[in-house]
Ligand binder design. Structure first.
Ligand SMILES: [Zn+2]
Length: 322
């Protein structure tokens, strides 16, 4: 199967009450871990590349790694997506360079400026057979160069979505309902603590999601910042020399519920970073004499694969949907 757009994936996901995982890729081990899990579970998958990933690994290397994954996993649909494109030029460069989907994130601009830039990207993308994700509302947190301070974030206003989608022609819409970028999604004072002293975040605003869906029937919605920050990995990091107190994510049962509704794409990045870092720290602590990168990247890659398999089966619901 060649690289596909997300159009067919999202239509099936919407109707089937599940979501497609969009996992950020930065190197070979991450691409392999994600696509091996998706391939074995016969799940469609979106591999997404941020501006930071392109700066780190180079556009051509990332595209070729994804092409290799397609050859190795011929039975599953794979989309290659630009995460958080912030200019027309960046989106154009990815469209010209083989991506099948791009995000234009003009959510920090005014409503009219967001529409104007999104529309410009949509016109170029559609002329080249590429689909576009746009964003309304602002998420808190840090993701590569996207930094939104606490208090500067805002929920999506449902009364704006119909006009925005109609005027821009975008293919999917990222909304802000309380998810957040990074491994520190909430400040402790925003949360309660459970019996084990683990922070419990405020619930997602499903009322906003439902109102958006009512106004845009059949239209695919995207959730960014949707890592769950599994405490097993946080504990592993902290046990083996790391220092990540109060790292916290979105509970998986809330994401599962969102996937059953109109959410067709769920972005997961921090959980990949945590799975790798926890396992590499553990490996270094247990094998201080080893120095072959293959030795410690192998369990790191396996941890990514196991984590993605868990998401596909228990959170996204996309197993067997290829
Ligand atoms: Zn994001």
């Amino acid at each position: 199967m060649a690289l596909v757009t997300t159009t067919e994936m999202f239509r099936k996901a919407y109707d089937g009450g599940y979501a497609i995982g969009a996992f950020n890729v930065n190197n070979m081990e991450i691409v392999q871990g994600i696509t091996e899990a998706a391939g074995e579970l016969k799940s469609p998958v979106i591999l997404q590349v941020s501006k930071g990933a392109r700066a780190y690994a180079n556009h051509t290397y990332l595209v070729k790694l994804v092409e290799a994954a397609i050859i190795e996993n011929p039975e599953i649909p794979i989309a290659l997506h630009l995460d958080h494109g912030d200019t027309f030029e960046l989106c154009k460069s990815c469209i010209d360079g083989g991506f099948t989907s791009v995000m234009i994130d003009a959510s920090s601009k005014s409503f009219e400026d967001n529409i104007a830039l999104t529309k410009q990207v949509v016109e170029y993308a559609h002329a080249h057979g590429v689909v576009v994700e746009a964003e309304l509302g602002t998420l808190e947190g840090v993701e590569d160069e996207v930094v939104v301070e606490a208090g500067k974030a805002s929920y999506t206003r449902p009364e704006e979505v119909e006009e925005f989608v109609t005027r821009t022609g975008c293919d999917s819409l990222a909304i802000a309902i309380g998810t957040s970028h990074g491994a520190y999604k909430f400040r402790p004072e925003q949360c309660t603590r459970n019996a084990e002293g683990i922070l419990v975040p405020p619930p997602l605003r499903f009322d906003v999601l439902e109102e958006v869906s009512r106004r845009l029937p059949g239209f695919p919605i995207v959730l960014h910042g949707s890592s769950s920050v599994p405490q097993e990995f946080v504990k592993m990091v902290n046990t083996y020399g790391g220092n990540m107190p109060d790292a916290i994510g979105i509970p998986e049962n809330e994401l599962r519920h969102a996937a059953e509704l109109s959410v067709c794409k769920i972005n997961i990045d921090s959980d990949i970073r945590l799975a790798m870092t926890g396992n590499i720290r553990k490996y270094f602590a247990e094998h201080p004499d080893h120095f072959d990168p293959r030795q410690y990247l192998k369990p790191a890659r396996q941890a990514v694969k196991d984590m993605v398999a868990h998401k596909i089966q228990n959170v996204l619901g996309s197993a067997g949907k290829a």
